[in-house]
Design a protein around this ligand. Sequence first.
Ligand code: DLL
Length: 430
Amino acid sequence: MFWDETHETLPRPDLERLQLQRLQETVRRVFARVPFYQRKFNDLGLTPEAIRSLADLRRLPFTTNADLRANYPAGLLAVPYDQTLRLHTSSGTTGKPKALFFSRQDVNNAAELCARAFIATGVRAGDVFQNMMTYGMFTGALVTHYGAEKVGCLVIPAGPGNSERQVMLMRDFGSTVIHLTPSYALYLATFLEKHGVEPRRDLQLRKAFVGAEPYTEETRRKIEEGLGLDVYNSYGLSEMNGPGVAFECEQKQGMHLWEDHFLVEILDPETDEPVPEGQSGELVLTTLCREAMPLLRYRTRDVTALITAPCACGRTHRRLHRITGRADDMLILRGVNIYPQQIERVLMAQPGIGRNYLIELTGLDEMTVKVELAEAGFGGQVEQLIALQKKLAEKLRAEILCKPTVQLVPPGDLPVSEGKAKRVVDRRQL
Ligand code: DLL
């Protein structure tokens, strides 16, 4: 079943024709209305007429995180201020947030793309959707809220945290679908275990949409086991509407990126050249339908690869591999490049290990990986714990090429996050 079958199954030539038409329109709009892009076009000696084919995308200027901050609050608006309908912000790590405006059409499109995604995972009218993402300036909750309402779900705007209340809501209202971050999902699984709630017996959960931060296949499996449901990966970013940019279908083999709304490039972040088909690189996205704040060639800093093979679900939109990290998440330890995800993969695959971990960088260049034991594992013999610690350190060395100190801590010892988890603390004195 499809939400918007015509668009979701467009034959590639038709899809590409639509993309070109929308790209040309977008380019004309920003050239006419956004001084930032006018300047960039002038510097490149470019006019909208130069964009005659999709290949001409590569002639367009990039837009970066820094450009969004420099144009805060409303420098990138392409509609009059009084035609904007909603504001979201994205905080990032330092300084001013990025301000993202939506017009009426943008608000509607964002919900439409979520509705497409929900139907693709098998959600239907009548499902009860408990939304545990943070409501507020963050796009995560509001954008999906309206998407789920479009589908005809009963939406429970629970927000994150207060797990006792979450379980009460699930029980009382028969929630079938939940939406949350992987770190909160892991925590919730531990909470259920601790309180003797057996999800397959006591709850009606069927599906979870999990996104907003990177996680591994091993983590997906842990969440699925712990919560007794199917996990679908959901990718998005505030600059491109928020959630609903790319979403897994029931096949769970990569996330369909809605290519009638976003043009995708995967570039080598060093050379800015496209990587060979199927290889990993930085995801760069161009909006094709955003009215209030169109963005050309936005550098997401997210590392992924494109899956071009057709999908059994019949959608013609290509898929993104699970995001393997952010170009700026990369740690360099004694000269070796390490993504936190590599560490997570090792930890989550290890029996006896719980669901929460923290990577601490200290001293000159030392790494300590603190990891909680599983409830069942704690209380084991000291010798067993030492052996487990050693085994993990060895496995991590094989994965990241340097040997961290592994510290096993009791379940519940590490800070819990309801929103995006902070997995790396860097206190090095370099
Ligand atoms: O996190 C939007 C979102 C909300 C997506 C809810 C999915 C679910 P931002 O706060 O702007 O927006 O953060 C965007 O989060 O560039 C990625 O680095 C990361 N991210 C989002 N989804 C995933 C995912 C929302 N499924 C940034 N896997 C992005 C890996 C993800 N990373």
